[in-house]
Design a binder for this molecule. Sequence first.
Ligand code: PLP
Length: 393
Amino acid sequence: MATINQHYWNLKESYLFSEIAHRVNAYQAAHPDAHIIRMGIGDVTLPLPPAVIEAMHKAVDEMAHAETFRGYGPEQGYDFLKDAVKGYYEKKGVELQPDEIFISDGAKSDLGNILDILGLDNTVLVTDPVYPVYVDTNKMSGRSIFFAQATEQNGFLPLPDPHLTADIIYLCSPNNPTGAVYNREQLKMWVDFANQNESILLFDAAYEAFVSEDLPRSIYEIEGAKTCAIEFCSFSKTAGFTGTRCGYTVVPLDLIRQETSLNKLWLRRQTTKFNGVPYIVQRGAAAVFSPEGQKQVQENIDYYRRNAKVITDTLDKLGIWYTGGKNSPYIWLKCPRSMDSWSFFDFLLEKANVVGTPGQGFGQCGEGYFRLTAFSSHELTQKAMDRLYSILR
Ligand code: PLP
């Protein structure tokens, strides 16, 4: 009899978003005239920038002619895109070799797949609250997971604790769900900690493009990171690729464990199990880095930033504590009137017809907090915040 990977039995049902849908649907059924505004969405709403569309159209035409048709491409991505990513990092003051950059179909896949090249006996440290993918991908392979508590006291940015070491450490900055962003000194502490313990930092930079202040946008801005960190990045939230699918992962050539290059292991893993991102998509992604593309992407990000400001201005007026918003599309607020996360969810749904995400769904430390996102339209964000203000002032 074939057996299954029994670690899957240890996964919890992804209760959060199904429970939200259940409560919203029940409310809508009972109040058919209510205009519910969704402020919990993690997907973008603006379309792909024109420069991306144009590049993809051109690539489609190339596929129509034998002379320009492309079949299987390099598993780790075409040089034109890797060079564009390299140029993007140079602007952040980070020098990368093209061989250190791996193009993928998004950060989520790579965050899960990277575990293929790491030992099953590794211990894992994640923050609480947490992007659930870090937890579930490790549960699927049976690794032991420890939680570093993110709280109001540490600004939802936990720092290394000598009593809480692990072989694999996940950091997400700007953070989903809290919107909090580590500064250079804080990241230096994590890098030093990882190097001392020979741990590996898995640094999720999916929201780096939202950083507007002088805060790090790549772990490699921190000295010593190339001997301990792998970075994951994505075109999803930066350029609207959530449905188009493209991202990149950086595995430095200097990252060695057990006398083995992780870069070489990842190359081996990718060339064995992955056949690359479609040529058309990679052409679109490369256009993100053209001067036109950069301008258009910036306009889209500014649009979401304005939404975030509408949210944070409303919370400021109400005197509600929050993190995020300035350098992140996520705003993580303390539920008013000492409500727990789900009570505030129900309160907001019933009194304002506004939907957000209960912080408790991201971990124990999220209890009493609530996530709003800046990805809605400007008009709906304004309307939702007017309603929030009127029920809480
Ligand atoms: N990492 C974080 C923290 C995210 O919030 C998300 C998506 O919401 C991802 C990764 C996934 O990105 P991608 O669309 O590139 O798979």
